[in-house]
Design a protein around this ligand. Structure first.
Ligand code: ASP
Length: 404
């Protein structure tokens, strides 16, 4: 009998992506069919991801902390991780702003009268800071507040390491729960070819002609910046930091990249990303701490998007951004990207904070809202690739330290 070779998930996702685009194009003149009957299945898939994300991040960070067995080690890895994340994000937004300024002349100047966009709430730095710390044990889970979940899992993880009589049974319990939620996520992720098809098809059906029209140039600039950032920053950093060839890195990351591109969720990509970085030689303990942290706080693609959109929106309103305003954008976009949850569409909500910081009209978001999904697919891909590069570098540094 002929032996049947099992198709990999990545191949299935790729086929679903292509099919979704083709069917979406066929449905351009009947977009309502795609949005009424196909999109809901995509929504179910995303809902399942959002459901599992909170316990997954909670237990995986905690399990990462306790597997290191030593608070100092957690601290030293945590600091390296955060420094890398902040530097690459600041660099990302600089690339975004630079390219957007270079290509500003090509941007369309869209009508800005009658724009309506309701920003959720005014956000400022101090409120964001206070908001990181939970005041109620359950609320972070109920509201899926990822930063608060990280704080809670760190505190409990440290406490588990510090209690007098450290018992293996507690450690095993956390690891088991982590495995259980990872398995749940894997089960959900196994549905991703269907999810991806149902998500991409309505996007193409709805946006096809509109995108080709007015916003194509802005999208193009954002994508050039995404690619430049990934190719320059991540190639250099994995090469210098871990001695890994950039080609091997991007090749090994392909399944996660394709999944992120189609799902537009960093946190949803976590299980696949974990597998990819481990195959690329990263340490499992380090990955289970650095990756979930990155999926929540490290968003280079989101920062690039915010830079490009800020310049575009300003130019539509006939405003030219000054140098100090750009510096403010670098700072707020870095902070905003930390506060963004790794789920689809979150970056657009945080764009309000960036625009408000330099006095740009928040209604401008309405100009780019229609095609947010297309920006989002690219920015999520950059986001998760950044998390993976950090994991690989930190693993290599720790390995060198141990060898000494
Ligand atoms: N969708 C992005 C992510 O999950 C966040 C964003 O909207 O920028 O990484």
């Amino acid at each position: 009998m002929e032996k049947k070779k099992k198709m990999s998930l990545a191949t299935k996702i790729f086929i679903a992506l292509v099919l979704g685009i083709i069917v979406g194009m066929l449905l351009i003149s009947h977009a309502s069919i795609a949005t009424t009957y196909i999109k809901p299945f995509g929504t179910i898939f995303l809902n399942l991801i959002k459901w599992v994300v909170t316990p997954l991040v909670f237990f995986s960070i905690m399990s990462g902390v306790i597997s290191m067995r030593d608070i100092r080690k957690v601290g030293s890895i945590g600091i390296k991780t955060i420094v890398y994340y902040l530097c690459t994000t600041a660099f990302a937004i600089t690339i975004g702003l630079f390219l957007a300024n270079v290509f500003k002349g090509f941007f369309p100047v869209l009508q800005t009268t009658d724009l309506v966009y309701e920003a959720s709430e005014p956000v400022n730095f101090m409120d964001t800071l206070v908001g990181i710390f939970p005041s109620n044990f359950f609320k972070p889970f109920v509201e899926a507040n990822m930063l608060q979940i990280i704080v809670a899992s760190l505190i409990i993880g440290f406490a588990l390491l510090l209690v007098e009589q450290q018992r293996e049974i507690e450690f095993t319990m956390v690891d088991t729960l982590n495995d259980v939620f990872m398995k749940s996520m894997e089960m959900i992720v196994a549905l991703s070819p269907i999810g991806v098809f149902c998500l991409i098809c309505p996007v193409v059906a709805e946006n096809g002609p509109a995108v080709l029209g007015s916003l194509a140039k802005v999208l193009l600039v954002a994508y050039i910046a995404y690619i430049l950032h990934a190719v320059i920053v991540y190639s250099l950093s994995v090469k210098i930091g871990a001695g890994l060839s950039p080609i091997a890195f991007f090749k090994g990351m392909m399944p996660a990249i394709m999944f992120a591109f189609s799902s537009a969720s960093s946190v949803g990509t976590l299980p696949i990303n974990l597998e990819c970085v481990e195959n690329l030689g990263a340490d499992k303990d380090i990955a289970s701490f650095v990756l979930p942290l990155g999926a929540t706080i490290n968003m280079d693609g989101t920062a690039i998007y915010q830079g490009v959109c800020a310049v575009f929106i300003a130019s539509c309103f006939g405003i030219s951004l000054t140098f100090p305003q750009m510096l403010t954008i670098v700072l707020t976009a870095t902070l905003a990207s930390i506060g963004t949850a790794g789920v689809p569409g979150a970056g657009m909500v945080m764009l309000a904070m960036v625009l408000a910081s330099v006095g740009l009209p928040v209604e401008g978001i309405a100009l780019v809202a229609g095609v947010d999904r297309i920006f989002d697919m690219g920015r999520t891909t950059v986001n998760i690739t950044g998390d993976a590069s950090c994991t690989i570098i930190v693993s290599a540094i720790e390995r060198r330290k141990q060898a000494k």
